[in-house]
Design a protein around this ligand. Structure first.
Ligand SMILES: Nc1ncnc2c1ncn2[C@@H]1O[C@H](COP(=O)(O)OP(=O)(O)OP(=O)(O)O)[C@@H](O)[C@H]1O
Ligand SMILES: O=C(O)C1=C[C@@H](O)[C@@H](O)[C@H](O)C1
Ligand SMILES: [Mg+2]
Length: 192
């Protein structure tokens, strides 16, 4: 799989743009679902700015997510995440990819719901596991059995992610195909 973008249908892009209007598009979902990768490519297709809340948190704090968790703990991280999201979602349209736990936090979820149209990248355990087990940058997975931890997170979080406006199944197809599905979901959403 590579990051070379093949042109997405111009008609589909126009339909999605019209449906989105001035709203932000916010990607939510578990670690490895593709929020950052698919979010960036979707922003490119729509011709709007892209921002990733994990990257923005690291930029403003000048610390990595792992160091933030280790130094200040998860609660402080969530408070910072909520502040960053509130600011990022103030104006649009832009594509905002969130960290995996953002939508689970009540304060962040409120900002996200107010701030734009949400897309949940839903994925099965094995898809997520194949993607996340290659790197150890995710503090919540530094456990004795990270695959089991991921499964526990799925069970706890999926009912909450399911509140999203749109759901797209994330799987190992070309990233451009994922972008097209996201754009189609946005375009068709308006008809509902
Ligand atoms: N459709 C896809 N096919 C194959 N690989 C993919 C696909 N989508 C994403 N990936 C890869 O999976 C890995 C995880 O994706 P990404 O970092 O976008 O996830 P994320 O949802 O942002 O996770 P986190 O919550 O940890 O930030 C990356 O290496 C990315 O390139
Ligand atoms: O799922 C989560 O709670 C997290 C996901 C990452 O994106 C980071 O925001 C952090 O590692 C926490
Ligand atoms: Mg990400």
């Amino acid at each position: 799989m590579n990051d070379v973008t093949e042109p997405v249908s111009a008609t589909l892009v126009e339909r999605a743009k019209r449906a989105l209007g001035k709203r932000n598009l916010v990607f939510i979902g578990l670690m490895g679902a593709g929020k950052s990768a698919i979010g960036r490519l979707t922003a490119q297709a729509l011709g709007v700015p892209f921002v990733d809340s994990d990257h923005e948190i690291e930029r403003v704090s000048r610390m990595t997510i792992s160091d933030l968790f280790a130094t200040y703990g998860e609660e402080e991280f969530r408070a910072l995440e909520a502040r960053v999201l509130k600011r990022l979602l103030r104006s649009g349209p832009r594509v905002v990819s969130t960290g995996g736990g953002a939508y689970i936090n009540e304060r962040s979820r409120r900002h996200i719901k107010r701030g734009g149209l949400t897309v949940w990248l839903n994925a099965e355990l094995d898809v997520l596991w194949e993607r996340v087990n290659k790197r150890d940058t995710r503090p919540l997975l530094k456990t004795e059995n990270p695959k089991q931890t991921l499964e526990n997170l799925m069970r706890a979080r999926y009912p909450i992610y399911a509140e999203a406006d749109l759901t797209v199944l994330s799987r190992d197809v070309k990233k451009e195909a994922m972008v097209e599905e996201v754009l189609a979901a946005i375009a068709d959403h308006q008809k509902a």
